[in-house]
Design a protein around this ligand. Structure first.
Ligand SMILES: [Zn+2]
Length: 337
């Protein structure tokens, strides 16, 4: 397989072949490889942006990269380098297949015509074995509305979508957590009660309660991938369609808790100042008066097959909005059958 990499991907040969040869040689060389891996793991978590296809304006690119850098600062744990199989499939139609060694997290960012009621959509791609954390992700920005977004709203959108690409809201249910080897994680961070979804991850719930939230679970939006808008109002992961405020919405300790529940270590100091609105959203969630009413930016990135079914969208075919390999356990191109 390593030779196949050499043949198929000459541009990557230097690093891939070296890693391969070291891994196959003596014990001391193997130790050296382990030390190299440790050294790589000491590198701060980064979210690289890779634009694919139609490239947004220079200013928009800078905004997108700044948002990715903001999300990078939330995470304190290292990225564990991984080698993706030579027969890796592309994460989505129109994206390149990622093969070989990946030593940091990245997101493919595309500008595409999406449904008019969306700003963007995002999802994680391959998941690490063991941790079930994403290796990389994909974000699609809606070409239809992109020009109307202020820099603040584009920043807000990209932070929101990058969090989805990291698994927040997209890997909360067990059937979404299928790793590279096909292993699945039975752990679920979501429960359903009386027709409503609730988040049950311990760290997120602890952060919610520390802010004055009541109960042992956090109300979620109907897609089970966002905090209920009526609960968090304008928080970054709010599912409320009216959460555009002309500013970058706060990344609350609740969302940092959700990152922790997925398995990331976080920089608590990187959370935004945030007060849980205990008496309704008030004017906080009203759109800025000078802006046109923004469309709902909730992604077609279902957290689970339960969410797909709840939305009446099952089954999803490869290429359909919301289809991703994690929902298609048997890899037949039909998810949530
Ligand atoms: Zn979302």
């Amino acid at each position: 397989m390593r030779l196949l990499f050499r043949t198929a991907l000459p541009g990557l040969c230097a690093s891939l072949c070296c890693a391969g040869l070291l891994g196959l040689s003596s014990g001391s060389a193997a130790q050296a490889t382990a030390k190299q891996a440790e050294a790589k793991q000491a590198v701060p978590f980064t979210v690289e942006v890779r634009f694919v296809g139609k490239v947004p304006s220079a200013a928009q690119q800078a905004t997108v990269r700044a948002a990715a850098a903001r999300v990078s600062k939330l995470i304190a744990s290292p990225f564990v380098p991984v080698t993706l199989p030579g027969d890796a499939e592309a994460c989505d139609k129109g994206l390149p297949a990622v093969r070989g060694r990946v030593d940091h997290f990245f997101v493919f960012v595309r500008v595409l015509p999406l449904d008019e009621d969306l700003y963007a959509e995002a999802w994680p791609c391959d998941l690490h074995d063991g941790s079930y954390l994403p290796v990389y992700g994909a974000v699609s920005l809606n070409a239809r509305g992109l020009g109307d977004l202020s820099a603040a709203d584009l920043t807000d959108t990209m932070i929101h979508e990058t969090l989805h690409a990291l698994g927040v809201g997209t890997l909360w249910e067990a059937d979404a957590r299928v790793s590279l080897s096909g292993a699945s994680d039975e752990r679920s961070l979501v429960t359903r009660s009386a027709g409503r979804f609730y988040y049950t991850g311990a760290r997120g719930v602890a952060a919610y309660r520390a802010l004055g939230g009541r109960g042992d679970r956090i109300p979620l939006d109907a897609d089970a991938g966002h905090w209920a808008g009526s609960t968090v109002c304008s928080e970054i992961l709010s599912g409320d369609a009216g959460d555009y405020t002309g500013r970058v919405n706060p990344v609350s300790p609740i969302t940092l808790g959700a990152l922790e529940d997925l398995g990331y270590r976080v920089n608590r100091a990187a959370a935004s100042p945030y007060t849980l609105p205990l008496h309704g959203c008030g004017v906080q969630s009203a759109p800025a008066p000078t802006k046109a009413t923004p469309p709902d930016r909730r992604p077609v990135s279902y957290a689970s097959c339960a969410a797909v079914r709840a939305a009446g969208a099952a089954p999803l075919r490869r290429g359909d909005p919301g289809y991703r390999a994690g929902l298609d356990g048997d890899g037949d191109g039909l998810a949530c059958e």
